[in-house]
Design a protein around this ligand. Structure first.
Ligand code: PAN
Ligand code: ZN
Length: 205
């Protein structure tokens, strides 16, 4: 729970209150292998298995079949511990495994940021796919993701990564630490477009 002071600061960033309310953080560094995407000694690893993805794919029977087989991991997010308060930046490695549910490509759940006016950058380190984005009033936009390409997700866009390839789709993500994740709204709305592989070809529909 944030202190009332921090909430107020957040509502009015012009007060410029940052580290004065928090213990001073000592500068630090982390090693990230830009070939494999491995982050050295992450403080937290979030793992989403196939069984965590109920309701997200078109072919529900194919999803249940996959869960019944070996419930493979869909994606992992590797993070360092950073306070989720105004002024800090969260950084993580997002690793989305290759795979299909029926003929639909593995993807992340996708979310708006709770503070929807916060942006995010995804620097793709490995793999191929798309960043699918959508606004609350239904505008949809996708950007190709591939090694060495950075996707900028502007404020107010829900975002989901989709792996169309045969190797993990790995990105280095940075966003304001107080942004928060709102999964509910986009889960209800859904993204207007999905990505499939049919007869070896990408189909977006
Ligand atoms: C990313 C995502 C990560 C997992 O760090 O959280 O790729 O996707 P979901 O959060 O949609 O399951 C990010 O966009 N953070 O804001
Ligand atoms: Zn995000």
């Amino acid at each position: 729970m944030k202190s009332p002071k921090l909430q107020k600061m957040h509502a009015n960033p012009l007060t410029q209150m940052t580290a004065t309310d928090e213990p001073l953080m000592t500068p630090w560094a982390v090693d990230i292998d830009l070939v494999t995407g491995a982050m050295a000694e992450p403080d937290r690893v979030l793992t989403r298995k196939t069984s965590d993805m109920r309701g997200y794919y078109r072919d529900e029977a194919a999803l249940e079949q996959l869960i019944g087989q070996d419930d493979p991991i869909h994606y992992e997010v590797f993070e360092k511990h950073i306070p989720e308060t105004y002024g800090h930046l969260l950084l993580c490695i997002s690793k989305l495994y290759p795979g299909r549910v029926g003929d639909e490509c593995f993807m992340t759940k996708g979310h708006y940021h709770t503070i929807s006016g916060t942006a995010e950058t995804y620097l793709c380190i490995r793999g191929t796919g798309y960043m699918m984005m959508k606004t609350a009033d239904g505008v949809c936009h996708s950007e190709a993701m591939r090694r060495h390409r950075m996707v900028y997700v502007p404020p107010h866009w829900a975002h989901r990564s989709i792996n169309t390839g045969d190797e993990p789709l790995i990105s280095f993500c940075v966003y304001p630490a107080d942004a928060g994740h709102n999964y509910g709204d986009i889960a209800t709305e859904g993204f207007p477009r999905r990505v499939f592989i049919r007869q070896g070809k990408e189909v977006i529909e």
